[in-house]
Design a protein around this ligand. Structure first.
Ligand code: NIG
Ligand code: FE
Length: 419
């Protein structure tokens, strides 16, 4: 070490999440590694020293420091990780709002050919450039909210051509934007209208044509399936995820979002890296996830926006030993918001998580849920210097003062990208 590229000093409260080799659950979700009067030193985009300011200055003593930032006593956390989004899609669905207010449910709107299917029509009609421009705007919003790594699913194309179009947008954004994107293929998001009479032919298409092509082109790391009443059955989901595993994809599943179907049980059986939604997950399903080490990705903005009376039982999941992550589920239907900070508030007020559990859920546990915990999700020597500074001096202030953006500065791999 012959220099320091960046020294961030005078940090009032630093949340490090140190010591997070495994996803956290139970009381470990409350251990956020808080350090007062702290500092972080960065070289080549990675952290080379972190601790109290005294400790860090002792480690880097005598070295030239290229840039220094005075954190002015602020709260600082690892870059936030949003592990479940449908970032790339055409159009929007505000026309569903009056239907919802009249009492139409998500599955009713979907059964009438609206919902996901209307976004599929808009996505098929959109050019790649148009999808890129729209997703870029959302990604910028996510970054302003403090997200430095975001997972993005396909699933609004539902033809080979249109799924690849969505996935290429994710790939291009990942190459050009400071936010790192992790790509998931979700061709099994819905049975497209043209396969309505023969859903198993669509399952065959996903398994035998789409999955191998996505793999060949290296366009996605994970495969996800919407296992839901009227969408993909448990057996169809099992077949698709088996095929994906054979090809080397990591496995994710939208499980038990609305109807208790046995999706959480399937996630346990297959050893998925994560199961998402879980609002209607059974006790047996949660136990199966716990045994297999599946991470629960809970999406409180979705249950809020769907006006569901029930929420995912994140509190019991944590008490039962399931690691919980939180995410926006950003999509044009069930969760039209990029705001990970709103999710923090809903995580506290609707899922009854503490601010410490919430920050764990959107940093290190979210990083584990997308297979990135070796490089991000905590502020530790050797990890990327993805760092957020807030206009706040303690953690609880973030979920407490809601509906506004608390972010002051975002640093991505040692570079200031929002200030
Ligand atoms: O995660 N549940 C399935 N997929 C999305 C919603 C997609 C849509 O309504 O466009 C979700 O909630
Ligand atoms: Fe989703």
């Amino acid at each position: 070490m012959n220099r320091i590229d960046l020294l961030l000093y005078n940090i009032g409260v630093l949340i490090t999440m140190q010591g997070s080799a495994l996803p956290r659950t139970k009381e470990d979700m409350s251990q956020v590694g808080e350090i007062h009067n702290a500092a972080i030193a960065v070289l080549d985009g990675k952290i080379v020293a972190v601790g109290t300011e005294e400790e860090v200055r002792a480690v880097i003593t005598g070295l030239p420091i290229l840039k220094q930032i005075d954190a002015e006593g602020k709260l600082v956390t690892p870059g936030l990780v949003d592990p479940h989004t449908h970032l790339v899609h055409g159009g929007s669905r505000e026309h569903e709002l009056p239907l919802k207010l009249k009492g139409a449910t998500y599955l009713e709107i979907l059964a009438q050919g609206g919902g996901i299917l209307s976004t599929v029509r808009a996505t098929r009609l959109a050019t790649e450039e148009k999808l890129y421009a729209k997703a870029l705007t959302s990604l910028n919003t996510m970054l302003l909210q403090g997200a430095t790594t975001v997972e993005a699913k396909s699933g609004y194309g539902l033809t080979m051509k249109d799924e690849l179009k969505q996935l290429r947008v994710t790939q291009r954004l990942n190459q050009s934007h400071p936010v790192d994107l992790v790509s998931t293929f979700m061709g099994a998001h819905m049975i497209p209208e043209e396969y309505k009479q023969d859903p198993s032919a669509y399952v065959e298409l996903v398994i035998h044509e789409m999955l191998p092509e996505v793999k060949r082109l290296g366009l996605a790391e994970f495969c996800d399936v919407f296992c839901e009443h009227g969408v993909f059955s448990v057996e169809q989901s099992r077949q698709i995820l088996h095929a994906a595993r054979e090809l080397g994809f990591g496995l994710k599943i939208h499980a038990d979002e609305i109807v208790p179907m046995g999706g959480a049980e399937l996630a346990g059986e297959l050893g998925c890296i994560s199961a998402e939604h879980l609002i209607a997950a059974s006790d047996e399903g949660i136990a199966a996830m716990q045994q297999a080490g599946v991470i629960a990705v809970c999406l409180p903005a979705t249950s809020f926006n769907l006006r569901l009376k029930e929420h995912a039982r994140a509190r019991s999941m944590i008490d039962m030993g399931v690691p919980v992550a939180l995410s926006t589920d950003y999509n044009p239907g069930s969760s039209p918001t990029e705001s990970i900070q709103l999710v923090m508030t809903l995580g506290c007020l609707n899922l009854l998580l503490s601010p410490e559990e919430v920050i764990t859920a959107i940093t290190i546990n979210a990083a584990h849920a997308i297979g990135r915990a070796d490089t991000i999700g905590s502020l530790e020597v050797g990890k990327y210097a993805d760092i957020v500074l807030y206009n706040a001096t303690n953690l609880a202030y973030l979920p407490y003062h809601f509906g506004i953006n608390h972010v002051h500065t975002v640093i991505k791999q040692g570079q200031v990208v929002v200030s």
